[in-house]
Ligand binder design. Sequence first.
Ligand code: GLC
Length: 723
Amino acid sequence: MSFRRSSWFPLAILAVVALVAGCRAAPEQAVPEFESVESLLAQMTLQEKVDMIHANSSFTSGGVPRLGIPEIVMSDGPHGVRHEHTRYYDKATGVEDASTYLPVGTALAATWNEELGYDIGAVLGSEAAYRGKDIILGPGINIIRDPLNGRNFEYLTEDPYLNSRLAVGYVQGVQDQGVATSVKHYIANSLEYERRFVNVEMDERTFREIYLPGFRAAVQEGEALTVMAAYNKFRGDWCAQSAFLLDDVLRGELGFEGLVMSDWNAVHETFPTVLVGLDIEMGTDLGQEWGKPDYGAFHMGDVVVGLVEGGTVDEAVIDRKVLNILRVMEAIHIFSGDRPPGAYNTPEHQAVARKVADQSIVLLKNEALLPLDRGGLETLAVIGANADRKHAGGGGSSQVKAFYEVTALEGLRNLLGDDVEVTYVPGYTVAREAAADPAMIREAAAAAAAADAVVYVGGLIHGYTDEWDDNAYDAEVLDKPDMMLPFGQDALIQAVLEANPRTVVVLQSGGPVDMRAWEPDTPAIVQAWYGGMDGGSALAAVLFGDVNPSGKLPMTFPRRLEESPAHALASYPDENLLIDHTEGLFVGYRYFDSHDVEPAFAFGHGLSYTSFDYSDLEVSAGDAGVEVTLRITNTGPVAGGEVVQLYVGDDESSLPRPAKELKAFDRVELEPGASTSVSFVLGDDAFSYYHPDRGGWFLEPGSFTIQVGSSSRDIRVRDRVEL
Ligand code: GLC
């Protein structure tokens, strides 16, 4: 029995989809031939220019019909093209606007696979193009600083280097399809609590060494065409009106030449916004009667016409914004009309979703339980309401109307067919305030006792329904209340383990949960994230050994919340709306390693069904940089993937530095007994740090330790180098 919806659609339907769901207000005339965007600008009236610098519907910004300049059509989200919200989509038509539901950001990051970053981007760009979208509102690359942040699942990692490498591939993947990305949320939008009003403070080194690198890479290497200014304030100024962020840093230092849009309703006032480098004010409405917004009333709306006519604002300021917009329109073929047509839920797109899911799953712990042997099983008990839960539509703006979503239970039943009897009991109820239910726990324990092995699937959820105000735990507009498993799962897991010790605990979540109540008694633990449309198939394949797990944690899993640096060295904001990054550089493993605090599971951690040997490390400093070579051998029984991680530690710096920092990684696939050489060339940037007094990056001469391993805490070989 297949759970997959067939991937073909009669072309007629697809044509209708493309026509209705993605069409734009047809310009009054075709775009005229023009020599340059400057010459096009010269034909525009002031009102027409102002029409272009703010939204004119929930997901479009204004065009100039008189000149044949179309609107720009945008769509969420980072892991799938969101269903239609624009005025073009008439639900009455029942037009299909589903899309490929890709694994979420932290799942992608857990693959540590730059090529998959590109592949995910390519799928997104292709499906956005097919749906008539000009900009996909992603990737989300905010640093994962606090385990409580509701939107961590949408982001990638706690580490700036891993963040940068994955962001670049993703941006290039999308934009090679002729669609623009919007790298978000610039900057330091790392909590959802009062997100439109909190003020983020951090020192300059933290800003430049931890939070800016992902945006720098996306802009300078990925050539991102748009950036989305975040909701929060940064050092007292709202990001959407910060001259420091938008003019001095983004355009002045990083050389960004695209357009900057605000997050939705992230603009609070006309001045100074209209004077700084914000090009488009996006939003749904400014509090007008819901459903009847007056887009002309936006802060960068019609009021600006009067300001320019009255001489308060120089028209050249508006011209700069419009030119940025026109250049992006030109770059994504809006005028030439020769954008690749894109495709829609093709087998190739599905294959990318599955491959990312396969490589994202992290085997946290395994004491001789996994892989399960289907030949040795008569009955498998699947326990946990998440096993039968679909996640695609939840979480807020990143929601996806998936063509299909294979749950863990479906994936296991698909894989095992009639060979193994698969029983299922939910064990807990997903509902507000739901607590441990003794009757449900007894039922689950009985099912566990009656089975040869147990797969527990629990964790967190995006929301009770797909409605915005039902968001919960891993979702937008709110943070988690704590790191605990909800719905009484701790008691349930303990009862299930007692009934049958041959239990693997699978967690679906965007990040860490507190496992102390049951981890010591659990022989196997798997972090499955939210694995996209084929997440259930990937999980089943990993649990039964058809896929050898190779995922690595892209963020540290603390034992408990209080040991996370955002809570140990800093504090969650209160009514003062201040998020003060007093932990500074010591985010994630930088804190745990430098303060010698033991995490539950370390950054970069992930087990395999095979084993890898690291040997023959050679480190030599030369003109091209510091060359590092080593040999990796698969010393175990099965083929597998290994992410070789290289960390640099500055043995003697005049300013404090983290004990080690990720500066390179490579993913290798090896057959049993095979080995390969891995080499890295480290430039000055791998050894330098930002020196505030010098106002720049500084390679301080001295000794550095090169550490290479299978995780930040599983260092296999190391050597020193003098620079
Ligand atoms: C939301 C999100 C942003 C999203 C935008 C459009 O509030 O912060 O990530 O792209 O608005 O939905």
